[in-house]
Design a protein around this ligand. Structure first.
Ligand code: DC
Length: 227
């Protein structure tokens, strides 16, 4: 049997990867891997167990045994569970993102999560979003997208997203946090944020989500990821 088709979407924070990945997966009827959520869950699980933020071996061990589950409700909202408790909202804060970015810089944490991520590749196909989906986790993916947008636009989008969810955030603080997180994600020694050599670069500045989705679906069709 041929390999499960995989479409990867990597890019910096706030580029719109998550929304895009969810929409494309829904359109194609494929599985979804929100890999950032795994790092967010791990940071939360570590904090709850009282692990020191820099305890690499503790986090790596936890990465292998934490009990997580993803499901989506009838409205298409993603529900995420840690040890059977719903934490969808808790892991979306910037504090959780910051914690995720820190544990994500630990090499043994990344290798502990590699196989868990690959298990998401199930028929009829997988859309995977993150930072290293095309470079490390699914190097043989049939289509790799590297999604960017200007720093201002990314901060504005993230601001709106958090506001819509009822979080009290400031645009200035958010811009600074995103810049710091991107710097850490792009400069770490293992699996830094960068486009795969064979990635399609897509700058979504000034584009609507519908336009970006259409561009990706057109590429997927051209590459015959689906009929
Ligand atoms: O996509 P996100 O904002 O939910 O990701 C949270 C953090 O996790 C991000 O700052 C970097 C890290 N991450 C990673 O290193 N590799 C991935 N594949 C996904 C996320």
């Amino acid at each position: 049997m041929s390999a499960v088709p995989v479409l990867t979407i990597d890019g910096p924070s706030g580029s719109g990867k998550g929304t895009l990945a969810r929409r494309v997966a829904q359109q194609l009827g494929w599985q979804l891997l929100d890999s950032g959520a795994l790092y967010r869950l791990l940071a939360l699980a570590g904090a709850r167990q009282g692990l020191a933020p820099l305890d690499e071996s503790g986090h790596a061990a936890l990465a292998g045994r934490m009990n997580i589950r993803f499901s989506s409700d009838s409205a298409g909202e993603e529900n995420i569970f840690l040890e059977n408790e719903e934490v969808s909202r808790e892991i979306r804060t910037e504090t959780a993102g910051e914690g995720a970015s820190r544990v994500a810089a630990m090499p043994s944490v990344r290798s502990a999560l590699t196989e868990r991520q690959r298990q998401f590749a199930q028929w009829p196909g997988l859309v995977a979003d993150g930072r290293d989906m095309g470079t490390v986790i699914f190097p043989a993916a049939r289509l790799k997208i590297f999604l960017t947008a200007s720093a201002e636009e990314r901060a504005r989008r993230r601001y709106k997203q958090l506001k819509d969810k009822g979080f009290d955030v400031s645009l200035a603080a958010l811009s600074q946090e995103l810049a710091e997180r991107d710097r850490r994600d792009a400069n770490r020694a293992v699996s830094p944020l960068k486009p795969a050599d064979d990635a399609e670069l897509l700058d979504s500045t000034g584009m609507s989500i519908e336009q970006v989705e259409q561009a990706v679906l057109t590429l997927a069709k051209t590459r015959q990821l689906f009929r």
